[in-house]
Each structure stands twice: as structure tokens, then as C-alpha cells.
Design a binder for this molecule. Sequence first.
Ligand code: GLN
Length: 547
Amino acid sequence: MTRFIFVTGGVVSSLGKGITTAAIAAILEKRGLKVAIQKLDPYLNVDPGTMSPFEHGEVYVTEDGAETDLDLGHYERFSDASVNKYSNATTGSIYSEVIRKERKGQYLGKTVQVIPHITDQIKEAIKQGAQRGTDVAIIEIGGTAGDIESLPFLEAIRQFGQEQGKGKACFVHLTLLPFLRASEEMKTKPTQQSVGRLREIGIQPDILVCRCERPMTEEMRRKISLFCNVVEQDVIQEQDVETTIYEVPLDLVREGLDASLVRHLRLEDTPNPDMSDWEDLRERFRNPKGEIEIAIVGKYIQLHDAYKSIYEALAHGGAGHQHKVRFRKLEAEEVLDEGPEKLLAGVHGILVPGGFGERGLEGKIQAVKWARENGVPCFGICFGMQAMVIEHARNIAGIEGANTSEVDPDCPAPVIDLMDEQRDVSDKGGTMRLGAYPCRITEDSRAAALYGRDMVLERHRHRWEYNNHYRDTLEKSGLTSSGVYEAKNLVEIVELTDHPFHLGVQYHPEFKSKPLAPHPLFLGFVEAAIAQKDASSNPSSSKQVEA
Ligand code: GLN
């Protein structure tokens, strides 16, 4: 029998609701429970796939090819909860389903309304998200209590909770305790008001998680408990972390959140969590043996969330080697304008992430060239891999006019080209090559050494592909194809063998990296960057070693 936890947010957005939800999953798993997580987003897009990264941050792709909210990335990084196309629903997806049913005449002549038809569809989506065999389904509601567009979702979870009955559902509300510098105190009023909004709708939170800069005093806890009608032990402090978001599960266990949750869900007989792997991880983040600097040469650099999973995967790779990874975030266009040497000098590795459209491509190509010529580790992902292929084609293989037909449809040598099955696609939503595909790894390649396996499953999100017409020329001039999707003979990995690290992948390995299990390619890239740092800070000794 599945229990349900609903996580809502109040006061302001960007409180870290996704991370808190993910951390709840992590600590319940440590109590031996099987967890599913779902995000309900109140916006009208059917999914975030058509939104600009500036608007919404990264689009996170699930194994089964759904384009979803980036919070699902947190869920998968923190937990083993399976996340799939049912794990993210939006106002858009709910309404389109209801409208589809209405057109089919499935409402039997009724007036179709927000309550009960939209709310019923939301409840249906919650049940689908829970999946068979789940002990606890955690549902995060996007937005902030009081938003107009969240109302149907809040009404639906209110009904859902009531239908489940006591001990089967639990409402967690995340709020902010702002610290006022002028009066040197933390304020509880916004929390009281936010809980007030929820209670107007009919939801009495069982647990309050209070985000705060400084520790919450016992007096504040008493006050919040009294005004919000939540017992003191269920008023949980979630203070800003010291070094990394991966401390959150530990902090929440220390504050007793897992105990509160299992009490409300009548799961007290589950064992106390053993958090030793998370403790070990925290140590590796807190006491790094060294530090490296990685340049990210992208197009959506101003917004950290636009490459969220990439930054996280780099941090995981760093923690795996007990190193801190600093990011030098560079606009690809600036690399082109100012020259790579000026902006890239001194970095220990360069990561060229995915992207779409013309802007920034030539800058990415310049960065790849600089990395190749200077022996600096370079890791290309998706559009970044395509930039590596174009750079090699133009500058090593001597393929005149090499480009991607995405940017120049009439270029003389489209070394990156559209797959035939993509040529007639006109809809933008959900039509790319999406989700996990198997990739056969070539023996004796760097990819093989890093993966330690000859077959991997990695997630895709793109339309264009390496063009096999140029494969022979590219390979003969040194660009090894070290991974292939055999069913369609598509090159998925390219690399230079005589370089410290020059590797590009058509897929998105960052989606499968976890702090407790860093992705092998990110571990390998960070390792190469550490070696680059050691060599550059101690050139004479590295020469001696070579000699
Ligand atoms: N724009 C490229 C394509 O569609 C790369 C996409 C990406 O980097 N995610 O093939």
C-alpha cells in the first residue's frame, strides 16, 4: 500500500523545494522504503521542452525520453527513485488530456469544469506517478501557495489526502524565515501567512520545513507551532548548507524530519537511517585535497540552472577525486570575439555543453581548437561534440566548408547533418531523438577504459547527427569513433587518442551522474584536469617524468 507525501512551498520561490523533496526521498530510502517522486508544474506548457533555458533552466531528460523539469534531475541525483514520463505533469498536460477526453465525448454530456474534471485528472496523474510497488510517493507542487495557477493542484491534493485518510498522506510545507539585518532577528510572520493561505484552501500542513540563514531558536519554534497549528517536533529547521547541497539529507535527519515523516505515515517500524555514505561524501566536499578550474564555454552561461546537471556532474567527478571544481563560465561568443587564449589561459579543462542554433557555435569551435592545440583536456557534450567534429574536419581532416546543417543548411560539407527521419518533422515539442539508447563502446578506446564496459545506455536530446559520409576521412585523420548506436550505425562518441583528454559524446552523460556514483566520463575528465594542473604547476618535474 502506497503512502503519499505532498510538498508545497510558501513565501517565495527558489527556496530549494526540489532539493528538499529529493533529500526526503534519500532519507526515506535509507529507512528501507521504496520511493517514487513526481513534480506537478502549474504552467501551461505541456512540458518544458519548448521553453528557452533562460526561461526555465535546463530541460532534464528521463530514461524513457520525457523532457521534464530540472527538479527531476535532483530527484535522480539524490535517490534511486525511478523517474519517467509519469513523473512530471503540468497544467498543460492535464488540460490537454481533459480536452482530448471531452472531444471524444467521454464526459457523457456533462459541463466540463476545473472541479471535478481537472482535479480528477490531477489525481489520476498522481496515481500514475506512484507506480506499482512504491512504499512512499512524494509529490512536489511547483509554484508558491497563493498563486492563481497552483489552485487546482492544491485542491486536488487536498481531496487526495482526504480520500487516503489518516496515516496514508502527509503534507509538508516549505517556508522561509527571513533574517532582518536592521533588527537582527528572524521573522515568522511570512510563514504564518503562507500556512494561512494553505488552510484557507483546506490544507493543514503536518510538517513545516523552515529555510533559514541562521539557526532557529526554540522560542521561534514554539511560536511557529502555536500560530500554524503544527506540533513543535514537526517544525523542522533547514538552515543554509555549509559547502554543498548534498549535506541536506544529513541536516534533515539531524533535525528529525525522517522521524516526523514516518510518524505521520505510520511507518515507525522502519530502521533508523544509516547515513554513512552521505557523511563520507560531505567530508570529501569539505576537505578537498586540491582544486581545479574548468571552463564551461556555452550559450546560456548567465543562468546557472541552464546547465544544472553539468555543473553537478562536474562536482560529483571532483568529489570522486576529492577535489573542488571551480567553474569559469564563458560566453562562447566572447571566446570568439576576444580570442580563446585570453579567456581560457590557465584553466585545467574545458567543457563544451549542448545547445541549439547558430549563436555561439564558432566560439565553441575556437575553444575546442585551443584545447586541442594546447593539450588541455576537453569534453564536448551534444552540440559540444558536434563542435569537436566540425573543428577536426576543418582543421585536421582538411574538409573544406565543414559545418552542421543546423547552422548552415547549404554548407558544402555537412559533417553534422539531420537524420532522414527528422527531415519532415515540424512540431517542436517532444520530437527530437530523446531518451536512452544503447551505445557499443570500441575496444581499446579511452571511452572503453573509462566505462570499463562495452555497452552503455545514455540519454539523448538532439536532432542532428554525425554524418557517416565523412566517417572514413575523419577516422583516418585521427578522430576515433569510440561509440556507436549499432541499430542505426550512428556515431555517439569521438575522441583523439594522442591527447590528454579530447572526447565528445552525442548524448548527455550528465543526466546519469550521482554524487554517490559519479559518471565515469566526468571522473575521467576531472582526473585529466587534475593531471593538467599538476603538470602546469610543476612543469619541470613533469618533463622529468616524461624523460
Ligand atoms: N542542436 C544540436 C542538435 O539538435 C545539439 C542539441 C544539444 O546540444 N542538445 O542536434
